[in-house]
Write a protein that binds this ligand. Structure first.
Ligand SMILES: Cc1cc2nc3c(=O)[nH]c(=O)nc-3n(C[C@H](O)[C@H](O)[C@H](O)COP(=O)(O)OP(=O)(O)OC[C@H]3O[C@@H](n4cnc5c(N)ncnc54)[C@H](O)[C@@H]3O)c2cc1C
Length: 489
């Protein structure tokens, strides 16, 4: 029996565990299905993987990292940072790796969560007063549903399950998708593969990245001055958060963002069919704006082809696009993103009366304070509904959620073991969702004319997105208030 069971050891799960330890709470376990911590950064090892927010923002506020070598951290560096954080914060004894949570059921009589997980050594059972899920929203690779994919003769690899042994040199490679992973992997494959064909269903808005090495003198100065690291982080956070103005269609911010992207395209791609194919027909910011200096130049190469339509079906040695073009290929790289609105964990969580979270979410994902769900006492979701930013770093939002959980734990400790569990009422959740919907109104996300992984097709709502700034998320949700949970303070 533990106080807290955390599912997932990515950025969010590790942040929770670190903060628990720092507060002297040792009664917890972190259950992680993978063989290592890191989540996203353990799983995404494709060539070119990197952060798309400035490196100082991709570190915990409570564990500043002064030594990033580049303006944008490389995926392997983030992974190393997370592993080091776990080690130095003494999480080892609490971590259960290769532990896949199969079922977590609320036991109303005992007022506990009963968790069952599969491990290489058999089944692990844990009872916990509080369950925190930190299973990620970009953790389940999405394979496109195109006929013939299984019959393709060559290797097929998803960017989030890269095979380090895969040698694409000299092969004709199809890359499916033009989202955040594609713009990173395509420039790496160009020149290495004999030919690269990029299947684009929808063009992305792309702005300059201006990546560069951080000069050693600057890094040294930051190493010597932790206050400067914190100041830089706050400054960058505020700068990115200001990007919310464009998403709210405020002028001139929206026009400036659109012009920046169009000028970038015009500077890198000469006028003509290719530039036209790369020009989005929806509003900038509706999907995540991508950062790249080398994606467009890669598409200009003689050995790279932009196929301006979606992959339609696959044959043994070829891929056929919506345009009717047939491309002979030896390998396929799926940069097709993730399943976001139907997380497998929802099938595995059972609240009051044995009802699964998937059943609760049959009409779409939702949660109060982006964190708690009616019918699921003492359950807190990190990185779930309305906890994804479309314009800035995930870490600040996840940290704010962890603060909410810590407040809830303090409350439970104060009220004692016999106190009622924390559970929100339906109407409390409904009121929160109305608040969020009001924030969406008038933004580019609502009527920008794009489809995106933020939207839940069951409800039609932008169920994953927090449609405001990171600072507003923090102000609204970081502090735990017992009142919405029907508890006295
Ligand atoms: C390629 C890529 C680049 C990105 N770049 C950025 C960026 O630059 N900036 C940014 O803000 N965000 C970025 N993101 C988003 C990124 O996912 C978040 O920033 C952050 O890493 C999410 O952390 P998390 O802990 O919520 O989830 P994850 O990192 O996904 O971790 C979830 C963990 O839960 C585990 N898990 C899931 N189910 C179970 C189960 N049933 N039992 C046990 N364990 C389970 C998984 O194995 C995983 O380790 C990027 C995402 C990708 C895919």
């Amino acid at each position: 029996m533990v106080d807290v069971a955390v599912v997932g050891a990515g950025v969010a799960g590790l942040a929770t565990a670190i903060q628990l330890r720092r507060r002297g709470r040792e009664s917890f376990v972190v259950l992680e299905r993978g063989g290592d911590v890191g989540g996203t950064w353990r799983d995404n090892t494709y060539p070119g993987v990197a952060c798309d927010v400035p490196a100082p923002l991709y570190a915990y506020s409570f564990r500043p990292q002064p030594a990033w070598t580049h303006r944008y951290a490389r995926g392997a560096q983030v992974q190393e940072y997370l592993r080091t954080s776990a080690r130095e914060e003494g999480l080892g004894p609490h971590l259960r790796l290769r532990t896949d949570v199969l079922d977590a059921s609320w036991d109303d009589d005992g007022g506990r969560w009963r968790v069952t997980a599969a491990t290489p050594y058999g089944e692990l059972r844990v009872r916990a007063r509080v369950l925190v899920t930190a299973v990620g929203r970009l953790a389940e690779p999405r394979t496109p549903d195109v006929p013939g994919l299984d019959g393709f003769a060559g290797p097929v690899v998803h960017t989030a399950r890269w095979d380090a042994g895969l040698d694409l040199r000299g092969l004709r490679v199809g890359v499916v998708g033009t989202g955040a992973s594609a713009v990173q992997v395509v420039p790496q494959l160009a020149g290495l593969a004999e030919r690269v064909v990029v299947f684009q269903r929808t063009p992305a808005w792309v702005v300059p990245r201006r990546d560069a090495e951080v000069p050693e003198a600057e890094r040294e100065a930051l190493r010597r001055d932790p206050a400067a690291v914190r100041a830089l982080r706050s400054e960058l956070l505020a700068e990115l958060d200001a990007g919310i103005a464009a998403r709210r269609r405020e002028r001139p911010a929206l026009d400036a963002l659109r012009s920046r992207a169009l000028e970038h395209l015009a500077a890198q791609v000469p006028g003509g069919p290719l530039r036209r194919a790369l020009t989005p027909d929806y509003e900038v910011g509706c999907k995540r704006v991508l950062l790249s200096d080398d994606f467009y130049p890669a598409l200009l190469r003689d050995d790279v082809v932009l196929e301006p339509s979606a992959l339609q079906h696959v044959e043994r040695g070829a891929a056929v696009a919506g345009s009717g073009m047939r491309h002979e290929l030896d390998a396929l790289v799926l940069a097709t993103g993730f399943t976001t609105t139907r997380p497998p964990i929802a099938e595995r969580l059972r609240g009051r009366g044995g009802r699964t979270l998937a059943q609760r979410w049959a009409g779409g994902m939702a949660a109060f304070a982006s964190t708690a769900v009616p019918g699921f006492p003492n359950l807190f979701l990190l990185g779930g509904p309305h906890a994804v930013l479309g314009h800035s770093s995930a870490i600040d939002v996840l940290e704010a959620q962890v603060e909410h959980v810590l407040g809830a734990l303090d409350h439970l400790r104060r009220t004692g073991p016999a106190a009622a569990p924390l559970e929100v009422a339906e109407r409390t959740e409904a009121a929160y969702l109305r608040e969020v919907d009001a924030m969406v109104a008038g933004t580019v996300w609502q009527d920008g004319g794009c489809s995106s992984w933020y939207r839940d097709d069951r409800s039609g709502r932008l169920a994953l997105l927090w449609p405001a700034s990171a600072a507003e998320f923090r102000a609204r949700n970081a502090r735990f208030d017992p009142a919405p949970y029907g508890a006295a303070s």
